[in-house]
Design a protein around this ligand. Structure first.
Ligand SMILES: Cc1cc2nc3c(=O)[nH]c(=O)nc-3n(C[C@H](O)[C@H](O)[C@H](O)COP(=O)(O)OP(=O)(O)OC[C@H]3O[C@@H](n4cnc5c(N)ncnc54)[C@H](O)[C@@H]3O)c2cc1C
Length: 289
């Protein structure tokens, strides 16, 4: 389908971009364009019909990464492939290499941005799950204010209330995984399109007996939005993660409290069952690594 007509702006500076969206009339629906991998499909399918598109592609300040104390700042126009190639990722956030091997295809990762994936918060968002276990924070600016919000609270809100019409995300900040932690992103995927139907992101610290000392665990693909399972994280502390029967007993009640979605490929009930298996297997694999 051909999208509805819209005005298109390609500002050269962040300030110009923020000015463009500052004083819109209530009738103006604006969409921010980063790598366009999700946005262009939504336009073509007329799932969204903005009157104005603001393209961030010419703003060079948004294409930078910067190491900060114990973390990495990733600008809103840093492509997924550039991000994954950064030294910080191999040293302190290798889970994103797992995600890159499993999310989309080379063209999507070359064009798509990390921040764009965080802003989209697709329920099947592998990048979002990995961002959650790295305690990602979004920096959000309008002309008058800059604020920071954890990705976790951003992802948990309804789409309409995540950003005001005069705001955009300028960067995200990722924390390094703890020293000596191990991590993995594992997913069961749709065979044809590759999207996750049960994805699990884990950053794990083991004690001397190889029991769980501390864990961050997030899921994608099965529940209505990617999320940390904080109550399960607490319950797993001190547990032998190689005992899969025991893990199964621990995991299932936590999943029963979540909201799952279904589609023509996999029902909500199937996603719930598959997620339990995926979590159990991922934890057992990591505990034996
Ligand atoms: C065929 C296909 C397969 C895919 N498979 C996977 C997969 O397996 N796993 C996975 O995790 N993802 C997958 N994706 C999603 C892909 O990772 C995202 O489309 C991409 O990361 C989004 O980044 P982008 O820069 O292209 O964002 P865009 O498409 O430009 O934007 C996405 C959304 O975020 C908003 N936005 C973007 N940047 C900003 C900003 N700075 N401030 C405010 N709002 C902003 C846009 O307005 C839009 O609503 C797939 C996509 C496609 C098309």
């Amino acid at each position: 389908m051909i999208p509805h007509s819209f005005d298109y702006m390609r500002p050269q500076t962040l300030n110009d971009a923020l000015k463009e969206i500052e004083n819109l009339t209530p009738q103006t629906e604006v969409a921010i364009l980063a790598g366009g991998q999700s946005l262009l499909s939504a336009l073509k399918q007329r799932r969204i019909n903005p009157n104005l598109i603001v393209d961030l592609g010419a703003i060079s300040d948004l294409s930078t990464t910067r190491e900060v104390s114990d973390g990495l700042e990733v600008g809103a126009m840093v492509r997924q492939v550039e991000f994954v190639g950064h030294r910080f990722v191999s040293a302190h956030a290798p889970i994103f290499q797992d995600v890159a091997a499993a999310a989309g295809d080379p063209m999507i990762r070359r064009n798509g941005t990390l921040v764009g994936a965080f802003c989209e918060v697709d329920p099947r968002g592998d990048w979002v799950a990995a961002g959650l276990v790295h305690d990602a924070v979004l920096e959000i600016s309008s002309l008058s204010e800059t604020r920071r919000e954890p990705l976790e609270s951003f992802a948990g809100k309804p789409k309409e209330s995540r950003l005001k019409s005069n705001e955009l995300v300028t960067k995200c900040i990722l924390n390094a995984a703890p020293e000596n932690s191990i991590s993995a992103y594992r997913k069961c995927k749709h065979n044809a399109v590759g999207w996750s139907i049960a994805g699990v992101a884990v950053v794990l610290e083991l004690d001397k007996e190889r029991k769980c000392r501390a864990i961050k665990l997030a899921v994608a693909g099965a529940t209505t939005f990617p999320q940390r399972l904080r109550a399960l994280e607490l319950e797993l502390q001190g547990v032998d993660l190689s005992d899969e029967d025991n893990l199964d007993q621990l995991i299932r009640p936590h999943l029963a409290a979540l909201e799952f979605f279904g589609d023509s490929y996999a029902s909500a009930g199937y996603r719930e069952k598959r997620l339990a298996i995926q979590i159990r297997r991922t934890l057992a694999e990591l505990s034996k690594s």
